[in-house]
Design a protein around this ligand. Structure first.
Ligand SMILES: [Zn+2]
Ligand SMILES: [Zn+2]
Length: 350
């Protein structure tokens, strides 16, 4: 088994070769067909998050142990089953749900393993898909991809799911009103695909990059605004025909979150998703005056991922175009992602 691992935070990935693990209990061994390269991998690779005002969240202090094989957007073919694995078959292709919790606490038992306080996520806390094989800890985390393209589906395990779960938090608002999407990278584009399939009113996009604004318009955005334009707020209001009632910030910088917050009308909701970093610079009194809701959304749960795959299978959500990269080019894919060189998603194919 060959994997590409973070051996030192920020250093190029290191190739590791060893025997593939043998599945025990309900574990399942898959041959990796596709491993999405996600923005959050950049944070893991770099070892932390910028919390703003000079503070930093260090993943090392949070118990992320190296070496680590990243990769939480994995699709693969089952090659071996533990004796207690159920409902999956050797030779079939599955999408692997990566946001795994302890399975025991109240949060996990209600189905929100992604919010467990002792997480065991694939590619974050345990080895993930930047490899030719992946060990899934339980067959229940596998979603059958029967008939779907595993390379196009891999990014749904994180970016698709993240967009879907964020959209669910403004489901009522976006039936009546246009949604403001801040950031037209991979997440923003997948969000545009999903809203077409769930009966939403459509979306307005804000992004500083003209190429990304163009990609957003091609993917169905009703308007695309440069957030650095001096009249950006007025343009958003005009494009929406009134103040924004629902916004999702897929960037999460001081600049983007303040634009989204300032664009909100009274009673509006802002869902924060992006982890770019920094601290909020909004006026605190405007939160109660606007009666604004600010919600965080972190990936999504297993039920939501199953629901999303069903939407794709039903033809309601189209998968995004992906750029394929060879597995041994994983470091370069990360560097290109950091430089913003991909439109859509990058997927490693062993
Ligand atoms: Zn991710
Ligand atoms: Zn738990």
């Amino acid at each position: 088994m060959r994997s590409y691992q973070v051996a030192d935070f920020g250093a190029p990935l290191v190739a590791a070769v060893g025997p593939a693990p043998e599945p025990k209990g309900a574990e399942v061994l898959l041959e990796v067909v596709a491993a999405g390269v996600c923005h959050s991998d950049l944070h893991i690779w770099e070892g932390g998050y910028d919390l703003g005002r000079g503070k930093r969240l260090s993943l090392k202090d949070r118990g992320i142990a190296l070496p680590l094989t990243m990769g939480h957007e994995t699709a693969g073919r089952v090659v071996a089953l533990g004796p207690e694995a159920q409902g999956v078959s050797i030779g079939r292709t599955y999408l692997v749900y990566p946001w795994i919790g302890c399975g025991q606490c109240a949060v996990c038992r209600r189905g929100d393993e992604n919010l467990c306080s002792t997480p065991n996520c694939l590619g974050v806390h345990r080895n993930g898909g930047y490899a030719d094989h992946l060990l899934a800890p339980d067959s229940k985390y596998l979603i059958d991809l029967d008939g779907l393209d595993p390379i196009a589906m891999a990014p749904f395990a994180c970016s698709g799911l993240t967009a879907f779960s964020a959209l669910k938090k403004v489901a009522a608002e976006i039936k009546e009103q246009r949604l403001l999407i801040v950031g037209a990278g991979g997440l923003g584009l997948i969000c545009l695909q999903i809203i077409k399939g769930i009966g939403a009113k459509g979306a307005i996009v804000a992004d500083i990059d003209p190429a990304k604004r163009e990609a957003a318009t091609k993917n169905g955005a009703l308007a695309a605004v440069d957030p650095r334009a001096p009249d950006a707020l007025a343009q958003l209001t005009v494009a929406n025909g009134g103040p924004i009632m629902a916004a999702i910030d897929f960037v999460g910088s001081e600049e983007t979150s303040s634009l989204a917050f300032n664009a909100l009308g009274r009673g509006g909701k802002l869902v924060m998703v992006g982890l770019y970093g920094g601290a909020a610079s909004w006026s605190l009194p405007l939160i109660p005056i606007k009666a604004a809701s600010i919600l965080g959304s972190y990936v999504g749960n297993l039920g939501e991922l199953r629901e999303l795959v069903d939407l794709v299978r039903a033809g309601k959500v189209a998968p995004l175009p992906v750029t394929r990269c060879a597995l041994h080019d994983a470091s370069r894919a990360l560097t290109d992602l950091r430089a913003g060189r991909f439109i859509g998603r990058a997927v490693l194919t062993p």
